[in-house]
Design a protein around this ligand. Structure first.
Ligand code: GCB
Length: 623
């Protein structure tokens, strides 16, 4: 309850901040606040996210789940469009030969979890709507334990039921959530039902228009997590901003024995120190240790133990500092250039959403092959394997939320949703050294309401994680034929300026880049967060023929020459590592619903531009 109350207050303040920046009448403000107080929060029933699920006792619920495709949501609403008490979540069976029940999970089809529904059956390729998932399981409860059901991600809106009872709802397609089921779970014959709805909505995050496939379903791992009655719920253990040996953070217990000693142990560094949690189960931690720092050259991870009397968790944690000075980005105190590439969460070769460690290894392996030390994971938080593998491989990560293009900037509920997704992204990955940048938005059009919304997200991110750099992929504009200006007012609140430009593709021909210069209003580092153009692998022609590998190669040649002249450029993440599916790209025989800006085709073939960028990145690596 405390958490709920805190969330409600935080969200009211968040909205107040937004409203305060908007010119509306005091009465209207009051009304909005009143409505907010009455409306259930997006994740009202969610238990605080359990950190590091791999470091816990878990029971895997992946595999085949029974499904019912329900375009009219008749498993949820009755014929008067009122929520029904007897929906599909009851998993009912006729008890007599006369009883009428118009659905049956057990004789319906099935889908693999994790996995999107679009690429598992042709019938659902373009489907946007509701699919019901059901999985049965047995679970022998032990005394003094609690059990939670954890979803790595469900796109987009998930209503979760256990044994016919609603246990929670989660909104947002790319972040994890968990619900406690201790009281509901039984020894045998449990049925877990999830209604997953991926209908796009104007007020959602993302909103109606995107340039990626709206893959629906239980797209990431599902598991049960078993914990002691009082357990280590979450912790934040990272270097203090600017320091290379001072660790700060916190540990949070959940349960009834909240006040107890907790020891942080890093055996390899010979470190061990105890802290005591307060009546809320919270302890601030603060210590110095002699640590070998994480870097792309040497991605050192330590075994870290978080040991309470009632529960112990182990994690692999890297320590590094990341900060900016003037126009420089400093990793462990030294200036660094981010040699990056953007990536969508699409499975290499197989297609559809990526979800496995192998998918992450292939994608990040290609990025390494390119000479990258950095990836921009676009346009939403990717699955946890990507971050864990980046941590292991020494690849710095920019991670972002789907605040993309035309969000409802004036809608307090949309803001609350975006804040929630931002909070969940940070909650999951805050202990990963690889993550160096949180980004709050992509290519959002300037307005006062948009600035208020994004400032709110920036301050939320800083409160949750004071150590990492904040950015956003912004737009720029021409001040004359040959000068592009970066002066988005959002830039004032960011640490690193992100900027997307498509000179040579949407903006003139590749040669246009030769005469261009970039100016910035801010003394801050710039990451050119997107540039590029489409090429169909194997399609050849001269360098002025669209869709050919030669045209794309020429864009990269001219772009690189231009980028080299930008004095405050400290990183690049061209668009994009591999071709990815997009409903906005129908051109027959060329696009066929793929965005072809990949440096690598959907089948894993490297296009000519790949080698142009690789040569530049190798050159930068020598410097
Ligand atoms: C952009 C967007 C990205 C698109 C890309 C394109 O600016 O940020 O999501 O896919 O351009 O290919 O047009």
């Amino acid at each position: 309850m405390k958490t709920l109350a805190r969330r409600a207050i935080t969200s009211a303040f968040a909205s107040l901040e937004l409203i305060d920046n908007n010119p509306c009448e005091p009465v209207t403000k009051l009304l909005i606040l009143l409505l907010l107080a009455l409306a259930p929060s997006v994740n009202a029933q969610q238990t605080d996210l359990i950190a590091n699920t791999d470091g816990r006792k878990t029971i895997n619920l992946n595999g085949q789940w029974q499904i019912i495709v329900d375009p009219y949501e008749s498993g949820f609403y009755n014929y008067r469009y009122q929520p029904s008490n007897d929906g599909y979540f009851k998993n009912a069976k006729p008890k007599t030969k006369s009883e009428l029940i118009e659905y049956d999970f057990d004789s319906s089809g099935s889908l693999n979890v994790p996995g999107d529904w679009n690429t598992q059956t042709d019938q659902l390729f373009f489907y946007e709507g509701t699919v019901w998932y059901k999985r049965s399981f047995d679970y022998a409860r032990k005394p003094n334990t609690r059990v939670f059901v954890y979803f790595g991600g469900a796109n987009y809106l998930a209503d979760v039921y256990l044994n016919g009872e609603k246990i929670g709802r989660h909104e947002g397609g790319f972040t994890p959530f968990n619900f406690e089921i201790t009281k509901l779970v039984r020894d045998s014959g449990n049925f877990l039902v999830v209604k997953v709805d991926n209908k796009r909505r104007r007020d959602a995050v993302p909103t109606l228009m995107t340039d990626w496939w709206n893959y629906g379903g239980l797209t990431r791992d599902v598991k049960l997590i078993e914990t002691p009655t009082t357990f280590v719920n979450d912790y934040f253990i990272q270097l203090q901003k600017g320091s290379r040996n001072h660790v700060t953070g916190w540990v949070k217990l959940a349960g009834d024995k909240l006040n107890q000693p907790v020891t942080i142990r890093i055996p390899e560094a010979g470190f061990s120190r105890s802290f005591t949690t307060d009546a809320r189960g919270f302890a601030a931690i603060d210590f110095s240790a002699d640590l070998k720092l994480w870097s792309p050259e040497d991605p050192k991870l330590y075994d870290v133990g978080i040991e309470a009397e009632t529960d112990q968790v182990r994690d692999r944690i890297g320590f590094r500092s990341i900060e900016t000075r003037g126009t420089d980005i400093l990793l462990n105190g030294r200036p660094i250039f981010l040699r990056g590439v953007c990536i969508h969460e699409e499975a290499p070769i197989r297609g559809g959403r990526a979800y496995s460690r192998e998918d992450a290894q292939t994608l990040l392996g290609w990025a390494k092959d390119l000479g990258a030390n950095f990836v921009r994971l676009a346009h939403y938080p990717h699955n946890e394997w990507m971050i864990r593998e980046a941590d292991r491989l020494g690849i710095m990560v920019w991670s972002e939320i789907p605040v993309y293009w035309t969000i409802e900037w004036e809608n307090p509920v949309t803001l609350e949703n975006a804040r929630n997704q931002l909070g969940e992204m940070i909650a999951r990955d805050k202990n990963r050294a690889a993550v160096v940048i949180w980004s709050v938005a992509n290519e959002t059009p300037l307005s006062d309401a948009r600035l208020a919304f994004l400032k709110n997200l920036v301050s939320h991110a800083r409160n949750l994680d004071p150590g990492r750099l904040l950015s956003a992929a912004m737009e720029r504009h021409y001040i004359n034929d040959t000068t592009q200006m970066i002066d988005d007012p959002l830039g004032e609140y960011l640490d690193v300026l992100g900027c997307n430009e498509y000179v040579g593709w949407y903006d003139g021909l590749p040669e246009k880049a030769d005469h261009l210069e970039f100016k910035s209003k801010y003394q801050k580092p710039l990451v050119m967060s997107e540039f590029g153009g489409d090429a169909l692998y194997g399609n050849h022609g001269d360098a002025l023929s669209r869709w050919t590998e030669e045209y794309q190669e020429s864009i990269y040649q001219h772009q690189i020459a231009m980028l080299k002249k930008i004095p405050f450029l400290r990183g690049t993440s061209p668009w994009i590592l591999t071709d990815f599916r997009s409903p906005r790209r129908p051109l027959p025989k060329i696009q066929d619903y793929w965005n072809r800006k990949g440096l690598i085709s959907s089948r894993g073939e490297k296009k000519k531009a790949f080698y142009v960028l690789q040569a530049w990145y190798r050159e930068l690596q020598q410097q």
